[in-house]
Design a protein around this ligand. Structure first.
Ligand code: SF4
Length: 284
């Protein structure tokens, strides 16, 4: 399945996820990745799946659900801009549904003009920026060998100049990796060049790829907030209901969401009880 959710998102409200990427193909191998280690580190763009299969999944979702969705979000089990069809898929969504489209990307290949053009029709792009220097970039994001910090940053600067939608930058703060004064000052300089509409600070609250990755202490997060400016923080779990993807079977609903989006125990229990109530109401 390419479509999952809707899931409650701290930034996007009720977000219907679309993953056009096989698990886990990415141009980065971030130390904090919640999807664990990258299986295939690549920069080459590909059509990983027939486009029709992805749009059939979307059609099926909207036929079965009258869900009130805030965003259709291209996210993925890896880096969604590696999908060659992403531009075509965004345009198709815009033509068929009156729902804003968001892209969550690591921003690594925005230096490629074709990638920027592909994202042109989306409403919001949420790129990552976890470093302000080559050394920290390599340490935290562990990019494909052909990606360097300077090109990655230039891609974001070029995006800002060409793109008319919103850019919400996300900085993942990792204890003792990118939260020193000098690292934060470097990140701030990069942000000043990009001029995003919003910047979020995020922390690794979900199980990371590397077990030694830790959330900075609150004092460090506040300090980062001061250095980076007036930012919104993403330092807590999301709240709200997960969609059941037309499923009234708790096991398949939980497995479908879990394969793309981490679930806490209480969230899984809440899904289970909603499936139970659904079955009971159908039996009446
Ligand atoms: S860019 Fe995203 S998917 Fe890729 S390794 Fe980093 S956190 Fe994981």
């Amino acid at each position: 399945m390419f479509v999952y959710g809707p899931v409650p998102s701290r930034r996007l409200g009720k977000s219907l996820g679309v993953s056009p990427i096989p698990s886990k193909i990415c141009s980065y191998n971030c130390i904090y990745c919640q999807l664990q280690k990258t299986k295939k580190l690549q920069i080459k763009r590909e059509s990983f799946f027939p486009r029709e299969k992805i749009i059939n999944d979307l059609k099926e979702f909207f036929e079965k659900n009258k869900a009130d969705i805030d965003y259709i979000t291209f996210v993925g089990d890896g880096e969604p801009t590696l999908c060659n069809d992403i531009g075509w898929l965004i345009d198709w969504c815009k033509q068929h549904y009156q729902i804003p489209v968001a892209i969550i990307t690591n921003g690594s290949i925005l230096f490629n003009k074709e990638v920027r053009r592909d994202l042109d029709q989306s409403n919001v792009i949420i790129p990552s920026l976890d470093a302000g220097s080559e050394d920290v970039f390599k340490l935290i994001n562990r990019p494909h060998r052909s990606i360097n910090f300077k090109d990655m940053l230039q891609g974001l600067v070029d995006l800002r100049q060409e793109y008319s939608g919103k850019i919400w930058l996300e900085v993942m703060l990792v204890d003792n990796v990118n939260d020193s004064n000098s690292s934060l000052t470097d990140i701030k300089k990069a942000i000043n060049l990009i001029q995003p509409d919003r910047v979020y600070i995020s922390v690794p609250i979900r199980p990371p790829a590397e077990p030694w990755v830790k959330v900075p202490v609150p004092e460090k997060i506040i300090h980062a907030h001061e250095i980076l400016g007036t930012f919104r923080e993403l330092t807590d779990y999301e709240s709200g209901e997960f969609g059941l993807n037309s499923s009234n079977d708790a096991k398949s609903a939980i497995l479908n969401i879990c394969s793309r989006h981490p679930l806490r125990e209480e969230q899984a229990k809440e899904i289970e009880s909603r499936c139970y109530l659904f079955i009971k109401s159908e039996m009446r």
